[in-house]
Design a protein around this ligand. Structure first.
Ligand SMILES: [Cu+2]
Length: 156
């Protein structure tokens, strides 16, 4: 029994030394767990923006998105459509064409060239109220219907 008691004391001594060793380095333990907590929270904060990131690009970048008119053989897909804006609003229009063309916004008298893969891009403020025709001049030259859309600017 005395042997067992001696081993018991040894075990107790070892336990005390281990405990003292652990207690003597609380700073290390704290900083370790602090680092773990920090890296965990860093992972969480890194995860959160990643989780919200896919929904972030969904709202329009800035201002209204551009209206797109798709021309095939000078004819607008879906027919002639009205682009309605309020006076003072920006007008953003992209006209894609499968043939070389010149797109003309009447009233504002702005012309832009379009070519396959190089759409005509319009970006201007709607400063004039009214209804303005948007034409394909090449359609006109070919004796076809020139009207591809209407810009409708309403009072603000
Ligand atoms: Cu014209």
């Amino acid at each position: 029994m005395s042997n067992a008691g001696r081993w018991g004391l040894v075990a107790l001594a070892v336990a005390v030394v281990v405990a003292a060793f652990l207690i003597a380095r609380p700073g290390d333990d704290d900083s370790d767990s602090g680092n773990q907590a920090a890296s965990t929270s860093t992972t969480e904060t890194a995860t959160s923006p990643t989780a919200t990131a896919p929904s972030a690009p969904e709202p329009p970048p800035d201002g209204p998105t551009a209206t797109v008119i798709e021309l095939k053989g000078f004819e607008p897909a879906g027919g002639v459509a009205d682009i309605e804006v309020k006076k003072g609003d920006p007008v953003r229009l992209i006209v894609r064409s499968d043939v070389a063309d010149e797109i003309h916004v009447h009233g504002y008298d702005i012309s832009r060239d379009a070519a396959p893969g190089k759409p005509a891009r319009f970006s201007f403020p709607a400063t004039i109220e009214g209804i303005f025709e948007i034409e394909s001049h090449e359609a006109e030259h070919a004796g076809m219907e020139a009207l591809i859309g209407r810009l409708v600017v309403e009072p603000s």
